[in-house]
Ligand binder design. Structure first.
Ligand code: CP
Length: 333
């Protein structure tokens, strides 16, 4: 992070003090691997400025006026796609939206030709989701625009992890300069094997000083993750005990080739995060889920809709987090 810049105010709030925000040091956001603790904390400060914009009567600033964002979703999405588009429009960017199912991919056009076609329309940044790991990285070779990873295979989902950690910080920050993460325990329970959310969250929470416990059936809990300074367990009780945050992950049936689980019912009997389990957690424990949820499979409805749940807050925070990403990549240089 090297420079600061002010968010231009909109007409309604001309008189308001402008807010200093930090710039991302990179052209792209592909993953979080080389982010430092200070960079995460600075990014959250930028997100605070964007969250203030979203509290205004007119939720729009001209920061990205004249910029065009393309959302390239080769895999389905509800919250990530809409949230990126909301974030772009809140900063006055133009948005062009590509959906694989209704595109010329079905006529045999390649991903590269698809990108070059959209690139000819003068795009400044692409938000990319693909079922295959590494596609966002590959696209950086074919365009001068910024590439933002909106989830690639089981590898990375950086903005999801940023919004998850930002949500935790909102709940636990207090007066703590470390963001409130130091010494806290987060349990991530579910299909860790196929989860890009888990991989990105491991990076951010460990970098910020939290203890991460991963929990799931043996077949869905890859042992190599032990190298990432996390604890693995097959016991939900052990994972949840004393936890400040419990994140349930979706059973990713679309990625589960080879019958890794006997049945979803058996899974929910042993691994569901529910009221009974959460009694073992810290008194202030929050319940998280990146969505989409399979209610009564990985999480009980009672808990998902209960007072500990911050699941809707996670979705809400997706907008300022993604605004901060756009701003940092496209403006704050
Ligand atoms: N959390 C998440 O990535 O949700 P979507 O698949 O709906 O974008």
């Amino acid at each position: 992070m090297t420079s600061t810049q002010s968010i231009p105010s909109n007409i309604e709030v001309q008189a308001e003090a402008q807010t200093e925000v930090q710039a991302l040091k990179h052209k792209h956001l592909l993953d979080l691997q080389d982010w430092t603790k200070d960079e995460f904390l600075q990014f959250f400060n930028t997100t605070d400025a964007m969250a203030d914009v979203m509290k205004r009567t007119i939720k729009k600033v001209p920061a990205l006026q004249g910029k065009t964002i393309a959302t390239l979703f080769f895999e389905n999405s509800t919250r990530t796609k809409l949230s990126f588009e909301r974030a772009a429009r809140a900063q006055s960017a133009d948005v062009v939206s590509f959906a694989a199912g209704s595109s010329s991919l079905s006529k045999g056009e390649s991903i590269k030709d698809t990108l070059l076609t959209i690139d000819a329309m003068q795009v400044d940044a692409y938000v990319v989701r693909h079922v295959s790991s590494g596609v966002p990285h590959q696209l950086t070779r074919w365009t001068d625009a910024s590439i933002i990873n909106a989830g690639d295979g089981r590898r990375s989902h950086p903005t999801q992890a940023l919004l998850d950690a930002y949500t935790f910080r909102q709940e636990f920050n207090g007066f703590d300069d470390s963001g409130g993460f130091e010494g806290k325990k987060i349990a991530i329970v579910g299909d860790i094997l196929h989860s890009r959310v888990a991989r990105s969250n491991i990076k951010i929470w460990t970098e910020l000083g939290a203890k991460v416990v991963l929990c799931g059936p043996r077949m869905l809990l890859p042992e190599e993750l032990e190298r990432k300074n996390v604890t693995l367990t097959n016991s939900v009780a052990e994972a949840v005990e004393g936890a400040h945050a419990v994140m349930a992950l979706r059973m990713q049936q679309e990625r589960m080739a080879g019958g890794l689980l006997p049945s979803l019912q058996e899974y929910s009997e042993r691994y569901q995060v529910n009221d009974e389990m959460i009694k073992l957690a810290h008194d202030d424990c929050i319940v998280m889920h990146p969505g989409p949820m399979n209610r009564e499979v990985e999480i009980s409805s009672e808990l998902a809709d209960g007072e500990r749940s911050v699941i809707e807050q996670q979705v809400a925070n997706g907008v300022p987090v993604r605004m901060a990403v756009f701003y940092s990549l496209l403006v704050g240089k």
